[in-house]
Design a protein around this ligand. Structure first.
Ligand SMILES: Cc1ncc(COP(=O)(O)O)c(C=O)c1O
Length: 382
């Protein structure tokens, strides 16, 4: 009889699989979103997010995907014609450029080779050229599997232009790697529900520093849905300007609770271990990884397939033959890499299972790799 696989394995860098606890928490009646019951839940989520962000700053929650959160940051702090620097290390850096341009912001698009992190020395040289209103970059660039050194980049901004805003897209990095919003003096930090929080997509959160509020007072980009002025009165009451994504808020409360129970350092260590496990397996097979070890993302790994094997063919076969969903290369990296997510609700054995499928497929596709070597190396790490 033909062998049949029934379990779907989601191994992309968000959305991540959802724990049963979170699913169960979302299975909740709708309640009045202007009443005390909902307000109490929302306040818990805001407090939980402050814990995750390591901040005392105000946090606003929008029914939106992560891109909306990026747009929130831009339209509430900038004006058309403002000069900004975007540190563009991949597709999401390029998205920051597009959002800024859409609002007439004057962008210095500082592009780095794909697979590399933003270089603080290059940032410093750009900052020395003249004043900018803001510097925007990703904590974790999901399209290339690269983790930026946010602390050093932020220090570089403060040293050269103390008043410039630091706007960080932490959509895929938040709770996968440390991000100390207050200690590193970050002005607007964006996160999304579908990543390390282990909640379905649909919520974006932004933190707002005192410096960002000051910028907001003179920011002229057109806005309505995203306008902080509309949220300002509501947030302290545990309310939002629009109808909130209630089910997701219940999910966020549970997802954050799970992370707190696990403990911040353990969450980071889990992501790091799983990253190292996957990288060890890939290297044992002689594969090239897009990011080098020093800036390897704890959320996702971009893998170059062996000579003669197309990344898209691997991805399709993973799905068709093994029910494992991995992520494609984006933009200029399409076909050149495939990406395996180890973000959120993923365990070491999920990674070893997925890697076993990769090795079988490489063999079938005729790649000259040492069959079984990656899985063995990973098992030894356990
Ligand atoms: C770093 C980063 N920024 C922004 C986004 C955009 O988020 P969304 O697809 O939820 O709009 C993503 C999504 O994967 C991301 O990884």
């Amino acid at each position: 009889m033909a062998r049949k696989l029934i379990k779907y394995n989601l191994m992309i860098p968000g959305p991540t699989p959802i724990p049963t606890r979170v699913l169960a928490a979302m299975n909740h009646d709708m309640i009045g979103h202007r009443g005390p019951l909902f307000s109490a839940v929302m306040k818990e989520v805001m407090e939980g997010l402050r814990w995750a962000y390591e901040t005392k700053n105000e946090i606003f929650i929008y029914p939106s995907s992560g891109t909306g959160g990026m747009e929130v940051a831009v339209v509430n702090t900038l004006s058309p014609g403002d000069k900004v620097i975007v540190l563009n290390i991949g597709n999401f850096g390029a998205r920051f450029v597009k959002i800024c341009k859409a609002y007439g912001v004057d962008v210095n698009d500082v592009k780095f080779e794909r697979g590399k992190a933003a270089d603080p020395k290059v940032l410093e040289a750009e900052l020395k050229k003249g004043p900018v209103k803001a510097v925007l970059f990703q904590q974790n660039e999901t399209s290339t599997g690269v983790l930026n050194d946010v602390e050093t980049l932020a220090k570089t901004v403060r040293k050269n232009q103390p008043d410039a805003l630091i706007i960080v897209d932490a959509v895929s990095g938040m709770m996968a790697a440390p991000l100390k919003t207050d200690e590193w003096d970050l002005d607007v930090v964006v996160s999304g529900s579908q990543k390390a929080f282990m909640v379905p997509p649909g919520i974006a959160a932004v933190s707002i520093s005192a410096r960002a509020w000051k910028a907001n007072a003179v920011a002229k980009c057109p806005r309505h849905y995203w306008d902080w002025a509309l949220m300002k009165e509501e947030a302290p009451k545990g309310h939002t300007y629009t109808t909130p994504a209630e089910s997701l808020i219940f999910g966020m409360r549970e997802g954050i609770k799970m992370l707190q129970e696990e403990g911040r350092e353990n969450v980071f260590a889990r992501h790091k271990f799983n990253r190292d496990l996957l990288r060890t397996a890939a290297k044992a097979l002689g594969l090239k990884l897009l990011a080098d070890d020093s800036h390897a993302s704890p959320a996702v790994t971009a893998i170059c397939p062996p000579e003669g094997v197309d990344g898209e063919a691997v991805r399709a076969a993973m799905r068709d033959e093994f029910n494992v969903e991995v992520a494609p290369g984006q933009g200029e990296l399409k076909g050149k890499i495939f990406r395996i997510g180890h973000l959120g609700y993923i365990d070491s054995l999920d990674i070893i299972g997925a890697w076993a499928a990769v090795e079988v497929l490489f063999k079938r596709l005729g790649a000259k790799t040492n069959f079984g070597a990656g899985v063995k190396a990973a098992m030894e790490m356990l």
